[in-house]
Ligand binder design. Sequence first.
Ligand code: FEO
Length: 170
Amino acid sequence: MISQKMQEALNDQMKWEFYSEFLYLAMAGYFKARSLDGFANWMTIQTQEEHAHAMMFFAYIADAGGRPDVRAFDQMENEYDSVTDVFRKTVEHEKLVTMRINDLMDLAVEEKDHATAQFLAWFVKEQVEEVASPQKILDQLELVKEDGNALMMLDRELSQRVFNPPSVAT
Ligand code: FEO
């Protein structure tokens, strides 16, 4: 059974994961409007991953004897200066999520809540990839400086991304 404090913190993180889902969908919309379908595909896959993350919190809170509490969030920022700007904001967002997951892990350790710590361990590892993956694209974008040909090549590459549901997702 999770503590009240842990239930609150996990529900708050579930909200952030749903927020991430819609943030990336908004970014996919930006790319779609610019006919960058490969970039849009990459972001759409990202939304699917975030939905899976949110549902993992939903299932865990219930399994741990708590109540999943789905909460509304504010409108996300949806104005971007450039393709590079979108990925800069993606990396910033994922770094923030990583800090939040680490704080949750600190709370689980503090409360000697081993089950929650084990649940969160998957997210600690996942966040390494969640930052590294858009960071790599950002590095490439900064290198090519929005050159049209390079953008089209990258767009083709990103169109190849497919969704692989996390094996622990429900
Ligand atoms: Fe669910 Fe992108 O972290």
